[in-house]
Design a protein. Structure first.
Length: 80
């Protein structure tokens, strides 16, 4: 995937590469020591989690390395 600004991703709809619509990207977490992106925080738009973990506020945590592409949706590979 080409480089994109994190601010351009906020509010983007997120879908797995196998077609499960997850929700809306709310935030991205980063390791403050290494600068590496860690997780996408996604506000669910239904009950489908795509196999990803939920956190206490109900959002999904999707590891940043699962991002495959940014098109009409932000596409993420399902968990391994």
């Amino acid at each position: 995937m080409d480089s994109v600004l994190a601010t351009s991703l906020a509010g983007h709809e997120v879908m797995t590469t196998d077609g499960a619509e997850l929700g809306t990207l709310e935030n991205i977490t980063m390791n403050s020591k290494t600068g590496e992106l860690e997780n996408l925080r996604i506000e669910l738009n239904g009950q489908t989690t795509g196999g990803f973990d939920r956190i206490e506020n109900g959002q999904l945590l999707v590891p940043a390395d699962r991002v495959e592409a940014k098109e009409d949706y932000l596409l993420v590979a399902p968990p391994r």
